[in-house]
Design a protein around this ligand. Structure first.
Ligand code: XMP
Length: 518
């Protein structure tokens, strides 16, 4: 098995630490984020990083007891890049001075100008004699540590870019990982080149390693994988099947809340295309029966979650000798975040997943996507030959159409919703907008409205179209369709879908809205 060159990101709690990892992965560098509390001398020695990055963070190094990296980070002999808080902590630890208070803060856009041309990390960075960067700091460095020199300066940060070229320590006050530092990726590129990374983190090599790891973990035992039709579980299933063939059995539970034609597509794709042993369980009667009369969103979610676990377990029990359960867990779910607030956050929605299943069933986990971000899962899917149409699909929630049908769920409403949704998605595809949109769907509203068609009165359902742009689903904005597109889509839905006579467009962003209606 190949051993990738590894970079360690020590997280001091910045909101944007994950973006550092994203930028590095884009440069084919393997990196991991670990909270500063976990990075001990022993951890560092064991991890054996080829370079280290100190992230930003909300604390102040002037406060006693504020987060610190282990001292041995500075004696490992590997390049270090400190960002914002990471810069300040580096200066403080190496004999510089950081100050807080009046006049030290700087938030938002700033321009850095070079004070020297001689810096490998800046190679080709300053395009027009200055570069736009994003600052977000309350404290600033007022004296740099011995051995460091200044290479870039901004009005609010005299030591915006500093470096000790003997030790290959670099420290910047701004955030090169964010979008508002437009050429920030170049800084990371220069840093990793200087640190000797060869860009050995590619999907092809990842795939081979992952297959070898699965074989080693599973041996000759059997694995069960729950398929939802989404990208993550699909990629996990195909990858595991490549590794262990028919030792894998997939279980697909049709809860009767899938979109038009979706259940059939999943079954034919995995059973017919990939020849993966698949149990397709049509449990729609059970789910829809239990959901009868339920209108509260949380009760809907909890009911579906509970039934899903029962049903999955029932089918999994039929697979003899299964010792492992495959899950499409991704890296963002694994990263332990540095929590400064302490208290539990409010539950907005109880997300549906199969958490709890492995313990209940006494199964061990196989999680071959644990090291990947979402777009890397897509790249892996391509590497495995999954069709583009499948890989690029918008996310679809576990509770399915139940949460796009506010109020009571009936078979009639679900059927109308499926048809309207299919027309809407068809419109989006025809106008080549599908890939620009993070997620688009129709919600059927629990109101009937009066309309007129031909010479007759109609009294049918109203529906809402939703389309949002987003990076991770945490925040979102509505998609700015043209009036022509909206008008044409409304006409098509009303003409083609019996049961809907009014179409609205939801222009709420998240926050304050959420993406789904329930
Ligand atoms: P909200 O509605 O919370 O949705 O803004 C954010 C993203 O999460 C998806 N979503 C879910 N996914 N199980 C899932 O697997 C769920 O219970 C669930 N609820 C919402 C939603 O589709 C959007 O992409």
């Amino acid at each position: 098995m190949t051993q990738h060159q590894r970079l360690l990101i020590i997280d001091f709690g910045s909101q944007v630490t994950q973006l550092i990892a994203r930028r590095l992965r884009e440069l084919n560098v393997y990196c991991e984020i670990h909270p500063y509390q976990n990075v001990t001398d022993a951890f560092l020695a064991d991890f054996a990083p080829k370079a280290i990055i100190f992230s930003g963070g909300p604390d102040s190094v002037t406060r006693e007891g504020s987060p610190r990296p282990p001292k041995s980070a500075f004696t490992l002999g590997v390049p270090i890049l400190g960002i914002c808080y990471g810069q300040q902590v580096m200066m403080q630890e190496l004999g510089g001075l950081v100050e807080s208070g009046h006049g030290t803060a700087e938030f938002g856009r700033a321009f850095v100008t070079p004070t020297s041309a001689n810096l490998a990390i800046l190679d080709g960075w300053f395009t027009e004699g200055r570069e736009q960067v994003w600052m977000s700091h309350g404290d600033h460095v007022s004296r740099i540590a011995p051995g460091f020199e200044v290479y870039g300066t901004s009005p609010g940060a005299p030591f915006a870019i500093t470096a000790d070229l003997k030790r290959n320590f670099f420290a910047v006050q701004f955030h090169p990982e964010v979008h508002h530092t437009p050429r920030g990726a170049k800084l990371y590129e220069n840093f990793i080149r200087l640190a000797g990374f060869t860009g050995d983190w590619t999907m092809a090599s990842y795939k081979d390693d992952a297959i070898a790891k699965i074989r080693e973990q599973v041996g000759d035992k059997r694995v069960i994988c729950g398929l939802s039709g989404g990208v993550d579980s699909s990629v996990a299933a195909v990858l595991i099947h490549e590794a262990i063939g028919d030792q894998l059995t997939c279980v697909f539970v049709d809860h009767g809340l899938m979109r038009q034609g979706e259940a059939g597509e999943v079954v034919s794709m995995f059973r017919d295309n990939y020849n993966i042993p698949l149990i397709a369980a049509d449990e729609s009667e059970l789910f829809l029966g239990e959901l009868e009369g339920v209108t509260d969103p949380e009760v809907k979610r909890k009911t579906i979650g509970r039934l899903f676990i029962d049903v999955f377990q029932k089918y999994a029990d039929e697979i003899e000798g299964a010792e492992f359960l495959a899950q499409g867990t991704l890296y963002p779910d694994v990263i332990e975040s540095v929590s400064f607030s302490g208290g539990p956050s409010v539950t907005i929605k109880s997300h549906h997943n199969v958490g709890g299943l492995p313990e209940k069933m006494g199964l061990k986990l196989v999680e071959p996507l644990r090291e990947l971000f979402k777009d890397e899962v897509r790249a892996l899917g391509r590497e495995l030959g999954l069709p583009e149409k499948f890989i690029g699909r918008h996310p679809f929630p576990g509770p399915g159409l139940a949460i796009r049908c506010p109020g009571e769920i009936t078979r009639e409403k679900l059927e109308i919703l499926r048809q309207a949704d299919a027309v809407y998605i068809d419109q989006i595809r025809k106008h080549n907008l599908y890939d620009e949109i993070w997620q688009a769907f129709v919600a059927i509203l629990p109101v009937r409205t009066v309309g007129v068609m031909g010479d007759g009165r109609t009294y049918d359902y109203a529906c809402a179209l939703r389309a949002v742009t987003s990076v991770d689903g945490m925040t979102a904005d509505y998609y700015p369709f043209t009036h022509e597109f909206l008008g044409e889509t409304a006409t098509r839905i009303i003409n083609e879908v019996k049961g809907i006579n009014r179409v609205t467009y939801d222009i709420t962003s998240k926050p304050p809205g959420t993406i789904e209606w329930e």
